[in-house]
Design a protein around this ligand. Structure first.
Ligand code: AP5
Ligand code: MG
Length: 227
């Protein structure tokens, strides 16, 4: 990513587990023509492939804990170095704490660029838990559905590629609770980090999916949501 003098757009999507990051990121990706890079998806693919990163990440993910920063940051920076990320990315699930935000800034600044926008999707805790327990995902590409609010056309089948839908290992009630507890404090830390540099915008995530997308796109404009 980022030769000097190039225009690069780096959008960070922030939100608790279930806020809708993985639902909104592909829609923003289509709008901006930039790849959707989700550390959770990269880790799940590594686990499926049985790669060294997958073997290390698996025991943290199945307990709902964060994967250690050194593993996560190295994986993400490697992904940002790939050719399709030269003009920018939409980041989903990274950074998750201050150390990751600092590492991202350092890597971007070495490439002459910076985070353009941090968009926080806000959803109350009760809604988050309900959403996660009703979530189904495409077993091949991770497309996201919900048995209450966002049903596939045919039960158990992905609308987009016909793959079977599955429930995520970490969407069990007890793991959801751990993920919430561990995530919310560090998420506040990351939001504060971006608020200080003036790039943070927040949107109400309790609206129809299309309305959330419109709000996010509105906040991407240079002066979007300012004031
Ligand atoms: P990750 O995959 O990032 O999981 P997460 O942060 O817990 O977030 P989710 O994917 O659960 O939620 P989402 O916001 O994407 O919601 P979604 O769009 O699916 O991380 C998994 C694990 O990987 C972590 O626990 C950790 O172990 C590891 N990891 C990842 N990144 C890491 C990092 N940076 N550092 C360390 N470890 C890391 O939507 C949820 C449901 O709601 C769906 O069913 C959807 O259909 C529905 N929905 C969406 N929008 C709406 C709406 N507007 N109205 C009604 N329903 C909606
Ligand atoms: Mg997700």
């Amino acid at each position: 990513m980022g030769r000097q003098g190039r225009s690069v757009t780096v959008v960070v999507l922030l939100g608790a587990p279930g806020a809708g990051k993985g639902t909104q990121a592909p829609l923003l990706s289509a709008h901006l023509g930039l790849p959707h890079v989700a550390t959770g998806d990269l880790f799940r693919a590594a686990v499926r492939d049985g790669s060294p990163v997958g073997l290390q990440a698996r025991r943290f993910m199945e307990r709902g804990q964060l994967v250690p920063d050194d593993i996560t940051i190295a994986m993400l920076l490697d992904r940002l170095g790939q050719p399709d990320a030269h003009d920018g990315v939409i980041l989903d699930g990274f950074p998750r704490n201050r150390a990751q935000a600092v590492a991202l800034d350092a890597a971007l600044s070495a490439r002459g660029t910076q985070v353009s926008r941090a968009l926080s999707i806000e959803v109350p805790l009760d809604d988050l838990v309900r959403r996660l327990s009703g979530r189904w995902v495409c077993s091949v590409s991770g497309h996201v559905y919900n048995e209450h609010s966002n049903r596939p056309k045919a039960p158990g089948v992905c609308d987009l590629d016909g793959s079977p839908l599955v429930q995520r290992e970490d969407d069990k009630a007890e793991t959801i609770r751990v993920r919430m507890d561990l995530t919310l404090a560090s998420l506040a830390e990351v939001a504060e980090y971006y608020d200080r540099t003036g790039v943070l915008r927040s949107v109400d995530g309790v609206q129809p999916i299309v309305s959330v997308t419109e709000a996010l796109i509105g906040d991407l404009a240079p002066d979007g949501g300012a004031g």
